[in-house]
Structure formats: C-alpha cells, structure tokens
Design a protein around this ligand. Structure first.
Ligand code: CA
Length: 441
C-alpha cells in the first residue's frame, strides 16, 4: 500500500510555475494527476499529460527533453501513448518514480525549467479523452447509506439485504458508453411500466437521475486464477477520478428483476479527465471502521493496513445547473455535499473481492465505487434519495426545483482533499449535460 508520506507530499513545496502555488488550486505540486489531452480545434493526436497549476505537462515531450532518467524516464515515455494503459501496466514502482522525478523537476529553483516550460499546454486550450482503454467496467455498491436509502423505498421494514455487510456487492457495467467531462448525451428511451398500467410503454425516461461516484482505475493487471490478497491489492490500483453513473430509474424499476440494471445504466457514464494517484492521496487516508455491532470483514477482506488507513477522506460535491441558470450566467446549485470516508467497503477490499474467484484484472479496468451517499439527508448522492423517490422536489433557488433531471440540465461533480498540515489537492470537475431524447426511428 502506498501509505507512507515522502518528500512529494511536503506541503511547503512550491513550483516555478506560479499558478500551481495559488490558494485553492486543484493541481499544486503535491497532486500531479494524469489525463489524456490534445489542443482543441486542431489535428493533434491525444497523448498523456500531468496537471500542474493551470497547465498540462506533455509527458512524452518532457521525456524527449532527456531531463528524466531510469524508471521515471521509461514511465514518462509511456506517457507519449494515446491512452494511460502503457503507463498503468508499468506498475506502482514506475508511477512512484515518475511522481518523484516530476515533483523535483517542477519545484522552484529546479534545473531544466526552460526545457519543461516548452512542454506545457494551457488547460484552457485543451480537450480531454477517456484516460484509458477500459476493457471492463465494474460498478460496486459500497455506500451502506445509499443501499439502505434505496432499500427503504422498496422494503420499508427490511431496507438492507442480509448479504450487504458481508459481500462487496457489484455488477458488470458497460465500457463503450463511458465518456469524458463536457459531454452531452440524449435522454435515454426505454421500456417502463407506468404506475397502475397493465402493460408497459416505450418512450423517453421520465425519471433520469445521477449517481455521484468515484472511478477507480486498475493499473497493473493480475493473472487469471490467482486471487489478489489484501496486502497486494492497492499495488494494482493506479488512481481515482470522479464518475457520474447516470441512471434511468423508471427503466431500472421495470427491467432490473432478476438480473439487475441493464439499459437503465448503460447509455452514459461520465468521467472527470484527471486521475489522481493513490500516492498523491496518502495524506488523506483514514481508518476503515465498522459501526458497533456490525460484522467484521471475512479474513480475505481484512488486513491491518486496511483497518489502519484503508479509507480516504475525499470531499465531494454535486452541482445542478438548469438551462435558466446557464442563460443567466449562474453556476449550478449544490444539491449534495459528502465524503468518500463514509464508504462501507474500501478500494483494497474491492480488488480482493473481485479477484477471489480467479477473475483477472487488466490495466485500464475501471471500478465504480457505487453512489457515495453519506449518513445524513444532505449527503445523499442521487436524486432518488434526495427527493425520496420523487415525492419531495429539491429546491435549487430562484424559484426552481427538480424531482428528476430535465432536458438541458448540466450536472457537475467536484472532489478535493484538504486538512491542516497537508497540501490541498483536487480532482477538477466532471460535467455532463442531458439533451432531449431522440425519437424512435
Ligand atoms: Ca452506480
């Protein structure tokens, strides 16, 4: 586990790039997240970059300057590819060597400033792509608060199913429809059973929802047939981004029995461009604990390191911007504030559970954390919870309310970490916009 602090986490570090030292900046020297980018409006190819302040450092170009050596140089060269998979496959020692080399090269008074300045592209001038070729996407369900809130709507007397506190619940999702922040997608059309009706109808979803999640990217893969134990689990994890798992609740409610969600989830999943490494998040680890009276994890889901610091305190926020707000130049209204620390299962437990049966992982595989609702009403991370199943609209200010998403609504997820004695680091944003449904041909 990359649990230990090192010189790259030193909160007193400053960069020769002034924007990286600005108060409240998501991308100071202590963060160094990875993305896939190119200049907008041209014919450039996508390649990998690192965020520093308001710039992107072109990794392949930086490697070509010859300022890195050894494993760090190899890792930087892998960043010349169109996706992060090659860098991910190199493994945790390479990611760490590159982080250290970048940290030293971007510090104030570091040599080679002029060479690296030539490798910077302003973030305001770039567009991003999905950061990896995602072979498989698995969506977990790690918030006990979400599971309980949803379960209560269907089974008021028995909201949480008996397996929840023993098994990290998940299902296999769809990779082809994973998109990047800034995307628009049409409202999904599907089959629903209206209340009181005797046969289903087909049409645009009327209960379109969000799910605030984190995306967890697998770095180095694992062999088929070989379980990954808790002690090694995080060595296989490259980093974390923001993930919106858009969900059509009316389609879901009709189709989900007995095999679970299908068309209600696979029309769109939106990611933030920047992947923050677990090493960058080391200052924000917190203990994994279970409430008094809950079962402790089975041995294959337990470790001393996981108990001591297997969870992460990542602050999360959801903003909803209506078309009226956009026309008025207003930012979205905050509809949820929570933290990842409330999750019932940790990242290491997701990896150990996913592989215990012999299922292999590949570089670039993506896990969704599941909707990250916290314990209180304002920490609910989906409209189905915030509106109590559509019964109580959310007030957005300016006289506007929402029960479900309407056409033109844009939803933005934000994430960041901050605490005394550590540098504040951020995840940037994950935004998606709902367009009107396409008519059936
Ligand atoms: Ca989900």
């Amino acid at each position: 586990m990359t649990t230990t602090l090192n010189e790259t986490h030193d909160p007193s570090l400053r960069s020769w790039l002034a924007s990286a030292n600005a108060e409240g900046c998501d991308f100071p020297l202590q963060n160094l997240p990875f993305a896939v980018f190119r200049r907008r409006g041209g014919s450039e190819r996508f390649r990998c970059g690192v965020a520093i302040g308001d710039q992107v450092l072109d990794l392949g170009a930086a490697a070509a300057t010859g300022v890195f050596d050894g494993l760090a140089a190899e890792a930087a060269r892998a960043g010349g590819e169109a996706k992060l998979n090659a860098l991910m496959a190199l493994g945790a020692p390479a990611w760490s060597a590159l982080r250290l080399a970048l940290s030293r090269a971007l510090r104030a008074q570091a040599p080679h400033e002029q060479k690296l300045r030539a490798c910077l592209v302003p973030q305001s001038e770039v567009e991003y792509d999905v950061p990896a070729r995602i072979g498989d996407y698995t969506d977990f369900y790690t918030s006990v608060h979400h599971a309980t809130n949803i379960g209560r709507q269907f089974r008021p007397d028995n909201p949480l199913l008996p397996n929840y506190k023993w098994v990290p619940i998940g299902y296999h999702g769809r990779s082809s429809s994973i998109g990047i922040s800034g995307e628009h997608f049409p409202r999904p059309v599907g089959q629903t059973m209206p209340p009181g009706a005797t046969q289903p109808v087909v049409g645009p979803s009327r209960r379109l929802d969000i799910e605030l999640e984190l995306g967890i990217f697998v770095g180095s893969g694992s062999a088929r047939g070989v379980p990954v134990g808790m002690e090694q689990a995080e060595d296989h994890v490259f980093g974390i981004c923001l993930l919106n798992d858009w969900s059509a609740r009316d389609i879901q409610g009709w189709e989900y029995q007995p095999l679970g969600p299908f068309l209600s989830k696979n029309f769109a999943t939106t990611l933030s461009p920047w992947v923050v490494t677990l090493e960058a998040l080391a200052p924000y680890r917190v203990p994994f604990t279970r409430p008094e009276g809950d079962p402790q994890p089975l041995p294959y889901l337990d470790s001393g390191a996981n108990r001591a610091q297997g969870a992460f305190d990542i602050q999360l926020q959801v903003l909803l911007q209506t078309p009226r707000m956009r026309e008025a130049g207003e930012a979205g209204a905050t509809i949820c504030r929570t933290s990842y620390r409330h999750a019932y299962w940790t990242i290491a437990q997701m990896v150990a559970h996913h592989t215990v049966n012999g299922c292999n992982l590949q570089p670039g595989d993506l896990f969704g954390s599941g909707t990250l609702s916290g314990p209180t009403a304002t920490e609910a991370a989906a409209l189905i919870e915030l509106t109590q199943g559509g019964k109580k609209p959310v007030e957005l200010g300016g006289g506007e309310t929402r029960t479900w998403l309407e056409d033109g609504d844009a939803v933005t997820l934000r994430g960041w970490c901050e605490k005394p004695g550590a540098a504040r680091i951020g995840f940037g944003e994950c935004t998606g916009t709902v367009d009107p449904a396409r008519s059936l041909a």
